[in-house]
Design a protein around this ligand. Structure first.
Ligand code: NAD
Length: 403
């Protein structure tokens, strides 16, 4: 890596040597999310209040928070300025906060040296990444933040997975033809439903907790044996299957062909007795593992429901169709996309707090933007800077290789 990690000064916005907002406030801009189905917003009035109190100018594109139920007047009351156009929003903006990755068209509107912070989904968004490199934009990708204790308050992957796990359990319950809790009524006794969670990471644990609160009997499985303790602490039963695939950084590793076959056999018995199956199994940077074959679906009870949270990365069920709900053998299979956007109020709140913590790393004690991104968290999440792509897998893909 030849270029040092030095933030660029933007002519006319932050003069070199500026002592920060006391001299010239840093303009932080929040665009309205334009991706279809996206309801979230990258900041909320409470966070705006804190940023403006620190001397920054926060600009919100009009109606940016409306679909998350944060109307413009709440932002104004918190000290933000509402920009009626994208051009007005970005004019002089030094930092841009977003939820979805910027498109090529978005990047073309940013001034050279702008710092953009949000999810970047870089390996699937190569065109925009290349444009950010060419236009000398600085981009921080929240999904690249290391999962270390100090970064927990900035971990947007976790906060949004929490929202996704919650919605998955609610969706499963709402498509299930049964009650979830046990009921003793004058019309007879109702047995509780059984919910099976495959993959007990952040989303899976939240799905377990939610299904438990709804009164179901909950079982869960993960290839990382360490997940067992967390599952049991939520009052669910952990399925012990003789595989332990704890990989690097606490993530799961890919199973061998033999292990995969064993897993599918063992999982299918639990799937067949469940009323709702929520699958969240993922391996970073790879296609989601196949846990439920079409033969297993055929063994399920009529009326059973599968909610496949891995739909966007290929699906944990062979019959899942991303973005669609299908019915096969009397089983309803949901392949939802962007579940956090279905609870936009709270997922925006959590995301905004993650960004607030992350932003704190970018300013010095005088409120001026720091010039060196040497902090471990900043260095790891720095995707593009000063005309270079710093994330090797993305750079390799852009150079025509494999990541
Ligand atoms: P993820 O979204 O990458 O995957 C979800 C789950 O799928 C994981 O628990 C994984 O073990 C599981 N999985 C993968 N292949 C599987 C298979 N074949 N069968 C069954 N399950 C399979 O994971 P995540 O939710 O992002 O969490 C990953 C890890 O990071 C976990 O250990 C979690 O506790 C840890 N984490 C740590 C922090 C921190 O701040 N220290 C924060 C968040 C998560």
């Amino acid at each position: 890596m030849s270029t040092p990690l030095i933030a660029q000064e933007v002519k006319g916005i932050i003069p070199a040597g500026s002592k920060g907002p006391a001299a010239i406030p840093v303009v932080i801009a929040v665009p309205r999310e334009l991706a279809p189905g996206e309801q979230r917003v990258a900041t909320i009035p409470e966070v705006v209040g804190k940023l403006t109190k620190s001397g920054h100018e926060v600009r919100i594109e009009h109606d940016a928070g409306t679909s998350a139920y944060y109307p413009d007047d709440l932002f104004t009351a918190a000290g933000a300025k509402i920009a009626s156009s994208r051009t007005g929003l970005l004019n002089g903006a030094r930092v841009v906060l977003c939820v979805q990755p910027p498109t090529v068209a978005d990047v073309d509107q940013f001034a050279e040296g702008t710092i953009v912070i949000g999810f970047m989904n870089a390996t699937n968004n190569l065109g925009a990444v290349a444009r950010m490199r060419d236009r000398k934009i600085t981009a921080f990708a929240l999904e690249l933040i290391p999962r270390i204790t100090r970064a927990q308050s900035m971990d947007a992957l976790s906060s949004q997975a929490t929202a996704g796990g919650y919605v998955a359990a609610i969706l499963g319950a709402s498509h299930c033809p049964k009650f979830l809790p046990m009921l003793t009524t004058a019309a007879g006794t109702i047995r509780p439903a059984t919910v099976l969670i495959l993959g007990a990471g952040v989303a899976g644990l939240m799905a377990i907790a939610t299904a438990k609160r709804l009164g179901a009997i909950v079982e869960a499985y993960d290839v990382r044996r360490a997940a067992g303790e967390q599952v049991r602490s939520l009052g669910a039963r952990f399925l012990e299957l003789e595989i332990n695939a704890e990989g690097q950084g606490g993530y799961a590793r890919e199973l061998t062909a033999g292990e995969k076959e064993k897993e599918q056999q063992m999982v299918s018995a639990a799937v067949a007795r469940a009323d709702i199956v929520i699958t969240t199994a993922n391996i970073p940077g790879r296609k989601a593992p196949l846990l439920i074959t079409k033969e297993t679906v055929a063994m399920m009870r009529p009326g059973a429901v599968i909610v496949d949270l891995a739909a966007e990365s290929g699906g944990n069920c062979e019959l899942t169709q991303a973005g669609r709900t299908v019915r096969e053998h009397g089983v309803t299979i949901l392949g939802p996309q962007n579940l956090p956007a279905r609870v936009p109020f709270h997922s925006s709140q959590m995301y905004a707090k993650n960004l607030q913590s992350f932003l704190a790393l970018l300013f010095d004690k005088d409120g001026a933007l720091i010039r060196e991104f040497t902090d471990e968290i900043l260095a790891a999440s720095l995707l593009v800077h000063a005309g270079e792509i710093l994330h090797k897998p993305t750079r390799d893909l852009l150079n025509g290789g494999t990541p």
